[in-house]
Design a protein around this ligand. Structure first.
Ligand code: BES
Ligand code: MN
Ligand code: ZN
Length: 503
């Protein structure tokens, strides 16, 4: 889909459909909405007066125009009560309208920011509108061969604005939102691909696509190199699989040479069967999404480069399968990690923390200002917080606050869990330095406590995205399946970082 910005009066603009968002408690139509109503012969007022459209959150009504205005349809979308308005509701409303337009098989639709009555800054509104439309229209169809002609796609979304000044500021903000949405698409596509088509080697090839961007450099460690430098925790997980592991390093240097590096570490487990401690078959297929953290890091670096952010970022992605082959790691095995510390593998299904441990230690080589990691790490985090929330644990309050701010701005919900001393007791091993599980109680936290042992002395935040990475039900701007969670959060975090660095 293309996004266009046109300088025109929306009441005189020719389009298959004009989307008009309306609040529930608006007593009467305001400004441009009132004008559109008047020009169209009172069609909007009529449907409201008859009680057929109340503006309830995500309600949609289609009004057919009769030649008074060039637009063929007015699509009303409810935004709920004005007092409850949030940017995320804006995203949801726009996504819902866009999906409705697609269900009508229309190829193009338009809207105007003049319709949106809020005191929020214009660039935020534009971002919410454009992201809502793009992200809501995502579909993953490369492997559908039957009835392909039934797959409908909108070709153009047009933002119409008459005022010169506003018109000029729309284009750059819309472009920025488009770049971010494309990065989310890139991540969703990777996560949507099944295990046989998104192996560690395939992930490295996707990283190569990112490295074609400006100021991005790619390094890939093969298995020999992984073993040679002592990443034996990563190598240990990879032993059960015939697919060779990869350690992917993407460096984006958009900031000053002397500026510190932000390290982003993402779990790239391309299929998690559980290994010797094999998972039950129900929902095992969803474990193709166990590389969502790594894919989010790659998407964020793609966006950082496309947005030309003045920051230095390194993305580190340990990529492997977790399978129960003849050489697979067994419960009780002891691995010597890159940090030199030893790990007793009491459960081969707690493999994410093993591969992340080595990657987190490797991050120390950059002497990073901060380390943020994303991993579909524990089912326990889903039990604790539900499917729509990322669990956050970490060592640095300032960094945690920055992540919370980015979460508020993007609507990617994050909730902090504690990392108290008591939890660290639970991962002590009788025979090695640590064991890789601390039992069921506080499972998301003991996993983070384990990771903390490998981080070194850098400000660090761990984001457990096991819940939101893969959805089993549609949400307005996240169709079920791969969500691309983390991309928008990380990009916002990098944008905020750039802003702070330049102040
Ligand atoms: N990849 C899983 C975590 C997961 C579960 C992600 C469900 C998304 C949805 C992880 O490797 C895992 O298997 N964790 C175990 C840890 C346990 C053995 C201590 C878990 O959560 O059951
Ligand atoms: Mn596992
Ligand atoms: Zn896993």
């Amino acid at each position: 889909m293309k996004i266009l910005v046109k300088k025109a009066n929306i009441t005189k603009f020719k389009s298959e459909a004009v989307v008009v968002p309306l609040y529930e408690d608006a007593k009467e139509l305001q400004g441009t909405t009132a004008l559109l109503d008047k020009q169209s012969g009172g069609l909007i007022k009529e449907i409201i007066d008859r009680g057929d459209f109340e503006g309830k959150y995500l309600q949609v009504s289609v009004v057919y125009t009769k030649g008074d205005i060039p637009a063929k349809r007015i699509i009303l979308v409810g935004m709920g009560k004005k007092a409850d308005f949030t940017m995320d509701k804006m995203r949801c409303a726009c996504a819902t309208a866009a999906r409705h337009v697609r269900s009508l098989k229309l190829k193009e639709f338009s809207t105007s920011l003049d319709f949106i009555y809020t005191d929020k800054p214009l660039d935020q509104i534009i971002q919410a509108v454009v992201e809502g439309v793009f992200l809501g229209l995502y579909q993953f169809t490369p492997f559908k061969t039957v009835d392909r002609d039934k797959i409908t796609e909108i070709k153009e979304f047009i933002l119409v604005e008459e005022k010169d000044e506003t018109y000029k500021s729309i284009l750059p903000a819309a472009k920025e939102a488009e770049i971010i949405s494309n990065a989310v698409y890139f991540t969703r596509d990777m996560v949507s691909h099944p295990g046989n088509m998104m192996t560690p080697t395939d992930m490295a090839n996707e990283a190569r696509k990112v490295s074609l961007r400006k100021n991005v450099k790619l390094t890939i460690f093969d298995e020999a190199k992984i073993k040679k430098i002592g990443m034996n925790a990563l190598a240990g997980v990879a032993k059960g699989s015939d697919e060779p592991a990869r350690f992917i390093i993407l460096e984006y240097l958009g900031g000053k040479k002397t500026a510190p590096v932000i390290a982003l570490v993402g779990k790239g487990l391309t299929f998690d069967s559980g290994g010797i401690c094999i998972k039950p078959p129900e929902k095992m297929d969803e474990m193709k999404s166990d590389m969502a953290g790594g894919a989010a890091v790659m998407g964020a670096i793609m966006a950082a480069s496309d947005l030309k952010l003045k920051v230095n970022v390194v993305g580190l992605i340990p990529a492997t399968e977790n399978l129960p082959g003849g050489k697979a790691c067994k419960p009780g095995d002891i691995l010597k990690s890159l940090s030199g510390q030893t790990i007793e593998v009491v459960n081969t299904d707690a493999e994410g923390r093993l591969i992340m441990a080595d990657a987190l230690t490797y991050a120390g080589r950059y002497k990073p200002a901060v380390i943020v990691d994303l991993a579909t790490l524990t089912g326990a985090c889903i039990v604790a917080l539900g499917n729509h929330v990322t669990g956050m644990m970490g060592t640095d309050d300032k960094l945690k606050q920055k992540i919370k701010d980015a979460a508020d701005a993007t609507g990617e919900k994050v909730w902090e869990l504690p990392l108290w001393e008591e939890y660290h007791e639970l991962i002590k091993s009788d025979v090695a330095d640590y064991k890789n599980t601390g039992g069921r109680p506080g499972g998301a936290i003991t996993a983070a406590a384990f990771l903390s042992k490998f981080v070194g002395n850098y400000p660090w935040v761990h984001l457990d995205i096991a819940g939101p990475a893969w959805l089993t039900e549609n949400k307005p701007y996240i169709p079920k399946g791969a969500s691309g969670v983390g991309v928008r959060l990380l990009v916002q975090f990098l944008k905020d970082w750039q802003k702070e660095a330049n102040n």
